[in-house]
Design a protein around this ligand. Structure first.
Ligand SMILES: Nc1ncnc2c1ncn2[C@@H]1O[C@H](COP(=O)(O)OP(=O)(O)OP(=O)(O)O)[C@@H](O)[C@H]1O
Ligand SMILES: O=P(O)(O)OC[C@H]1O[C@H](OP(=O)(O)OP(=O)(O)O)[C@H](O)[C@@H]1O
Length: 215
């Protein structure tokens, strides 16, 4: 029996992938929110799900710890995508990467003045590319979470972070000043596995493709 291993992360990616798995006839038998198990069985003995940090999904798939996985485009860009085949935009976990500042910070003035902007972010590659393309000099501060706090404490002038409803920014008196790119989650597949386990992986990819919701 050829075992297929799918890497997912807890929360919205797991939740929003479930209907796609259902289209492939796959049902996960345990709830990752309540189970302590990191390897979850499914109703198909030849398919299992491994639960990893969202930022680790591309790494697990790249090195063959999983044959395929679901990951945000933001995470994929920061990872670099080496060794990954990326057959489908799943149109789930939709948000955007944006620049935000304190509502009393004059961003337009700061970026035209030619001075250096202090930017805190988890997304250093995306931020570096974006500001380079605008010709704005930045000092990047790498953070792993709670980016919103950086401008509030005076540590940074701006953040580059994910925005969906805008509620998190609003609750912290921050405003979105530039939208860098739209984000959704993608299916990624290990390139070697795609050759060695072609038939079962094709079945999953095709089922996912048929179940993608367009809006
Ligand atoms: N508010 C949101 N609305 C829609 N999609 C989102 C939102 N926040 C994040 N996402 C998308 O979902 C992916 C996973 O986000 P999630 O919050 O589950 O993990 P994380 O906490 O950022 O990751 P890690 O645990 O590795 O730090 C992100 O990479 C992004 O593509
Ligand atoms: O614009 P909003 O709708 O407020 O979403 C944006 C927030 O969502 C993400 O965090 P996290 O995954 O912690 O958000 P969650 O509370 O939706 O899980 C992201 O890092 C932002 O902080």
């Amino acid at each position: 029996m050829t075992m297929i291993t799918l890497a997912l992360s807890k929360g919205r990616i797991f939740d929003e992938t479930m209907p796609l798995l259902a289209a492939a006839g796959i049902e996960v038998l345990e709830d990752p929110e309540t189970s302590r198990k990191l390897i979850l069985p499914t109703n198909q003995p030849s398919v299992r799900v491994v639960m990893v940090r969202a930022t680790d999904v591309p790494t697990y798939v790249q090195y063959g710890g999983a044959d395929l996985g679901v990951t945000g485009k933001d995470t994929l860009i920061e990872h670099g995508g080496q060794g990954l085949f990326r057959p489908l935009d799943l149109n789930i976990a939709k948000c955007r990467v944006s620049v935000a500042v304190r509502s009393d910070f004059d961003y337009a003035h700061a970026v035209t003045q030619g001075s250096r902007l202090k930017v805190a972010t988890k997304y250093t590659l995306i931020a570096r590319d974006f500001f380079a393309s605008k010709g704005v000099h930045v000092d990047l501060i790498k953070l792993y979470g709670s980016m919103e706090l950086a401008p509030l404490t005076g540590m940074a002038d701006a953040i580059v972070d994910l925005v969906s409803t805008g509620n998190t920014l609003k609750a912290n008196h921050l405003v979105e000043v530039e939208r860098i790119m739209d984000i959704s989650s993608h299916l990624v597949v290990n390139q070697a596995a795609l050759k060695l386990k072609q038939a079962p992986l094709r079945h999953i990819i095709d089922a996912f493709a048929s179940a993608i919701r367009q809006d």
